[in-house]
Design a protein around this ligand. Structure first.
Ligand SMILES: [Zn+2]
Length: 339
């Protein structure tokens, strides 16, 4: 009986017209897309909304939280061209460059307006510094309307990096499982199960952690490095995003099988005890043994001061590739695999 009544109700209603999607005061009709600059936190944020003709989830892809990490900026420009709103089920938000001041200031990770790292200032503060205001914009205007988030990064301008994903672990079994399935779907071969962020939504620190603490699966993808915008990395970013779109049913087609990645339980860092010039003796992707020498720091005359050793047995994920190193910095990052 219940089913009969539901059927009658459906037939009595007019055909469902999908509502427009509103982001930061901009309304985008179903089956269309719009690109616009949002005035926020004393700067501009370039955004494209692809509001599909059909119902579905909302996915946000963000590039340029760190202004010296370029492949994903170009990848999102190409995705903007490739996505056809008439074929999309759901909504795709492309944040083309989250930290415009850092990008134009050619800064490594920081925002020159207040020397803060956007990815450490979440959930932000509408009355705070420039970066805190920007974080607040992303929390209240972007994360609030999204169901899934991918924050796209690269190694910094001084660093080489093995492409990998962070699948945050909040020790919420259902959310963690959805997030890891999302990470596997994106297809990267190395996934770090990152559990070093708080569960407190009022102190969520990073962009993905802010989404996670609000119940939304969120990943960080790290692809590319050394301030480059190489085609290999751009293509890898597009491929990962397209796999995510298929996984979430946002575009038609069959998602390729989830990858069988190597999972890492944590990251370990080798700290330089001295200031000088770093000379790497290994490369990202290498399998290293705890205590193995991975480089040496010399003084300004070229005399050796200290060896840098692998802090654990695992995979070398990130490596300082330019010579300047200061005492306390970490030129080597090793991922420790899940046993
Ligand atoms: Zn970054």
């Amino acid at each position: 009986m219940r089913y009969v009544m539901l059927w009658l109700l459906c037939c009595a209603l007019p055909a469902h017209a999908r509502d427009a999607f509103t982001l930061a005061g901009v309304s985008v009709d179903a089956g269309t897309q719009a690109s616009f600059l949002v005035e926020a936190a004393g700067t501009q944020v370039p955004i494209t909304v692809v509001h599909g003709a059909n119902d579905g989830v909302v996915l946000t892809l963000t590039a340029g939280v760190h202004g010296d990490e370029f492949p994903s900026i170009f990848a999102l420009q190409r995705l903007r061209e490739q996505l056809d709103p008439s074929q999309v089920s759901g909504t795709v938000i492309l944040v083309h460059l989250a930290n415009l001041a850092g990008f134009h200031g050619r800064r490594i990770a920081l925002n020159p307006r207040d020397e803060k790292n956007l990815n450490r200032e979440f959930p932000g503060d509408a009355a705070g510094t420039a970066t805190e205001q920007l974080a607040d914009f992303f929390t209240t205007e972007i994360i609030a309307v999204t169901d899934y988030l991918i924050d796209l990064h690269s190694g910094s301008a001084y660093q080489t990096l093995l492409p990998h994903a962070y699948s945050p672990v909040l020790h919420d079994a259902a959310l963690d499982a959805r997030t890891l399935a999302f990470a596997r779907a994106a297809g990267l071969e190395h996934i770090v199960l990152y559990d070093e962020r708080p569960n407190d939504p009022a102190n969520s620190i990073s962009y993905p952690n802010t989404a996670q603490t609000r119940g939304k699966p969120a990943l960080t993808l790290e692809i590319g490095h050394l301030g480059q915008r190489d085609e290999v990395s751009i293509t890898r970013v597009i491929e990962a995003c397209r796999r995510a779109l298929l996984h979430l049913g946002l575009v038609p087609g069959t998602a390729p099988p989830a990858s069988n990645p190597r999972l890492y339980q944590r990251l370990t860092y080798a700290q330089s005890p001295v200031t000088g010039l770093f000379h790497p003796e290994s490369q990202v992707g290498a399998e290293v043994q705890q205590g193995q020498r991975l480089g040496v720091v010399t003084d300004y005359f070229g005399e050796p001061l200290a060896d840098i050793q692998a802090p654990a047995t695992g995979t070398l994920l990130m490596l300082l590739e330019t010579p300047a190193v200061s005492a306390g910095e970490t030129p080597v990052t090793v991922g420790v695999p899940v046993p």
